[in-house]
Design a protein around this ligand. Structure first.
Ligand code: AMP
Ligand code: ZN
Length: 495
């Protein structure tokens, strides 16, 4: 189907992609914890996996794309301590915890639409899969990898490590980890400080709690993804993704839970998207350096010089490889705005080209065919969108030349023009997931152009160049734009 190679975070190698059950393919991506607004860092990770999903579909796979919603309100501390995020946010906003969940799930979906992400084929919630999680915790107890104590259940990392190796994904070693937790040893109900919660006993004040064989409680964060991926994709599936910061402990714990139940690795290819940084630091809510999508599209943020469109940001993300760190700054946004325009204009020019082949220019013909192949080769090379965009830019330069030479693609054969049209539009729209934006966004461009025209007209009037100023007014009138002169200013209106 394709010659796709994927960097596998587990083997730490680029491997040829061999799906388990072609043409079917299982893709699981850890979704958001819906207790607050997603920021641009989160958007980068979800956009990266949207692009990966799009390309897998383009390659002809029938992808079951599962992206969960974490709504069960796990605790702020991964070891199973701290406050319940949903409940503390609910208090802050005077809402029910499930109202918090609803509010931020709807907000997340709006953001996904804004950035032109395709919906997953299944979007399961943690609270909708409590039974599956209890079931998994019970199997882990039966298999000797978990224990119940005081109404809670913990994963026994030492017991697991004796039969399987804990830490294979993150490359961490259990002794070093134990050393890190040394101060906590003996202070908790857990056998070892390194053990993590599968189920936590709820205090009487706790709101989000469920009945279980161990009393009322709620599941640990890592368990939901193991339970939901197994339910919808099976005990072994093709690709599991998420942001780099989930590698440890979340994905490491997922592996241990799945192996603890079925005795084999659950995932063929582990993929991790890298972080979006701001001033060299990971963008995160807790560091207070995050930008929200709404701040971006309104320009209402101290970092921003103006509003930037969602597609500009999507394009900025696509300009770097999903596994590279990316720093967001104004220069990058401005360049992305220009780059996006260049590609979208080329799509428009491409549809306006006429075909009247006079004499084929062998070099141009060969160059275009090779660049079209380079698009696929780049994506097959671990979804290298940076290389893809470089090839698209070169194709856009050819398209511009044709357009400027009388809208004629007469140096290439009809077959090559068709190949160029199909390849260009497919990669820009279907694979990179870019689109032309709304009239509102176009109006900002029109505003700028019109200001320029008005300035030129003013200059010509000051120079008493009436011929030019009349020509501007009349030509605009023909185009349905009326110039309005008042005492203080000149404006325009679309008639
Ligand atoms: P969370 O809701 O915090 O679990 O995050 C949702 C997704 O966003 C996870 O896959 C995280 O790894 C990812 N993420 C969080 N911060 C960033 C960031 N600064 N850059 C890229 N991805 C991020
Ligand atoms: Zn997860």
């Amino acid at each position: 189907m394709s010659d796709l190679h994927i960097y596998n975070s587990l083997s730490r190698k680029k491997e040829k992609f061999e799906p388990l059950h072609p043409p079917f393919l299982g893709l699981y991506v850890c979704g958001p914890t819906v207790y607050n607004d997603v920021h641009l860092g989160n958007v980068r990770t979800f956009t990266s996996f949207d692009m990966i999903y799009r390309y897998l579909v383009y390659c002809g796979y029938q992808v079951r794309y599962v992206r969960n919603i974490t709504d069960a309100g796990h605790l702020t501390n991964e070891r199973g301590e701290g406050v319940n995020r949903m409940e503390s946010q609910a208090k802050l906003e005077s809402l029910e915890p499930m109202e918090v969940v609803q509010k931020y799930t709807v907000g997340f979906h709006d953001v996904c639409k804004l950035f032109n992400m395709l919906p997953p084929t299944i979007e399961p919630t943690a609270t909708g899969h409590i039974i599956e999680q209890i079931d998994m915790a019970q199997k882990l107890i039966e298999n000797g990898f978990a224990y119940a104590i005081n109404g809670s259940v913990y994963f026994d990392v030492r017991a697991y490590n004796e039969q399987h190796k804990y830490g294979i994904l993150s490359g961490r070693n259990i002794d070093e980890l134990m050393e890190g937790y040394r101060d906590l040893d003996g202070q908790e109900e857990k056998r070892n400080a390194i053990d993590f919660a599968l189920w936590k006993k709820a205090s009487p004040a706790h709101i989000m709690k469920w009945k279980s064989p161990w009393g009322e409680g709620f599941p640990g964060w890592h368990l939901e993804c193991s339970a939901m991926s197994t339910k919808y994709l099976g005990q072994q599936f093709d690709i599991h993704g998420g942001g780099m910061d989930l590698k440890f402990p979340h994905h490491e714990c997922e592996i241990a839970q799945n192996v603890g139940v079925c005795n084999h690795q659950p995932v063929r290819y582990w993929m991790h998207g890298n972080m979006l940084n701001f001033n060299g630091q990971k963008m995160s809510k807790s560091l207070g350096n995050s930008i929200l999508p709404i701040e971006l599209v309104t320009g209402n943020h101290p970092l921003l010089d103006k509003a930037y469109s969602p597609m500009t940001v999507r394009f900025l993300f696509m300009q770097s490889h999903y596994s590279s760190e990316l720093d967001i700054n104004i220069k990058g946004l401005q360049d992305a705005e220009k780059g996006l325009r260049k590609l979208l204009n080329a799509v428009k020019y491409l549809t306006a080209l006429n075909q009247d082949t006079i004499a084929i220019d062998e070099k141009t013909e060969k160059d275009i065919i090779e660049l079209c192949s380079a698009c696929k080769e780049s994506m097959d090379d671990d979804f290298n969108t940076a290389k893809l965009i470089a090839a698209l830019y070169e194709l856009a330069t050819h398209i511009n030349v044709f357009y400027n030479e009388g809208k004629q693609a007469n140096k290439i054969s009809e077959a090559t023009r068709t190949l160029l049209q199909q390849t260009f539009a497919t990669y820009v729209f279907d694979v990179l997931g870019l689109k032309e934006e709304s009239a509102a966004a176009d109006n900002t461009v029109l505003d700028k152009v019109m200001q320029l025209v008005i300035d030129i007209r003013k200059q010509s009037r000051e120079n008493k160049d009436w011929a030019t100023s009349d020509k501007i007014r009349d030509t605009l009138k023909d185009a349905g734009i009326v110039i309005k002169d008042s005492k203080d200013e000149t404006s325009y209106e679309i008639s």
